[in-house]
Ligand binder design. Structure first.
Ligand code: RIB
Length: 280
């Protein structure tokens, strides 16, 4: 551990996927074929989205994960670099495609998402070992698109080093109570919160994102910004990344939630989970 380090880092261990967008009038029902506009490749995966949001919020940010050794993976790495994310702990996985999400966006701007994890499901103990230098000043931010055993091992290892772990329990899958207890904060949406509680799991610090109703950290409520949303994909990720950046900078809870809310509001006003680095 680097004891001389002053400012902490946001370290995201998570998924990075290409998002293939199809815009259509309405979503298909089972057995039905519908036509879409041209397919558009964008950049996503909850981990990559959160890392980009943290970096854009001003935190020194590292992304730890696996990409396929293919054109989408190489392009993705360049994008992360363009956003100022440290990618020195990213590994290219040979013979496995980069994770891919199919995102179907209808005229009401509602989405349906299916994820093929690809290289994300090859994240293993090597990436847990890459967290060895994390310390008390750092925040480990983790969404849930990696193998569950790796997620649990990373949380326990980082917490054991005194690092604050923020777990975005999305998409929801049950982890043990011991693992949840090791986290500094659990971030869930209302559905995920219901599923967590339904499994009899509890966490002392829970932040629930409430969509257009804002967000609630235990009893502290911050309203949402009222904006015209064109694409809500990645709104939660933008929230998590900006929140982690604010907390690692020492911002108090309310101000951190306000910053996270602004990040989320900015994200829903453009197509794609991540902004284009050229927009800066
Ligand atoms: O949270 C949004 C993300 O979920 C998308 O970018 C997609 O890749 C899926 O992982």
């Amino acid at each position: 551990m680097d004891n001389a380090r002053k400012a902490g880092r946001v370290v995201v261990l998570g998924s990075a996927s290409q998002d293939l967008y199809m815009e259509m009038e309405r979503h298909p029902t089972t057995g039905e074929t519908v036509m879409s506009g041209d397919i558009v490749q964008r950049f996503g995966g909850k981990g990559g989205n959160q890392a980009v949001a943290a970096a854009r919020a001003g935190a020194e940010t590292l992304f730890v994960g696996r990409l396929g050794d293919d054109a989408p993976g190489r392009t993705y790495l360049d994008r992360l670099v363009g956003h100022g994310v440290d990618v020195t702990r990213v590994v290219f996985e040979p013979d496995v495609p980069t994770g891919t999400a199919l995102i179907m966006l209808n005229a009401e701007r509602d989405n349906m998402i299916v994820v093929a994890p690809g290289a994300n499901h090859h994240v293993n103990e090597g990436q847990v070992a890459a967290l060895q230098d994390l310390g008390p000043a750092d925040v480990l931010l983790m969404p849930m698109e990696l193998p569950l055993d790796v997620t649990a091992a990373a949380i326990m290892a980082a917490a054991g080093q005194g690092t604050r772990v923020i777990l975005n329990l999305a998409p929801y899958a049950p982890l043990s109570q011991e693992v949840l207890d090791a986290c500094f904060l659990i971030i869930v949406n209302e559905k995920e919160n219901e599923l967590m509680e339904g499994d009899g799991l509890r966490a002392p610090e829970v932040l629930v994102t409430l969509g257009t109703d804002g967000s609630r950290w235990n009893q502290l409520v911050v309203p949402a910004q009222q904006v015209d949303a064109v694409d809500t994909t990645g709104a939660g990720d933008a929230y998590c990344g900006a929140l982690a950046a604010a907390l690692v900078a020492g911002t108090d809870r309310r101000e951190a939630m306000v910053a996270a809310t602004a990040s989320s509001a900015a994200t829903v006003q453009h197509l794609g989970a991540q902004p284009d680095p050229k927009w800066d």
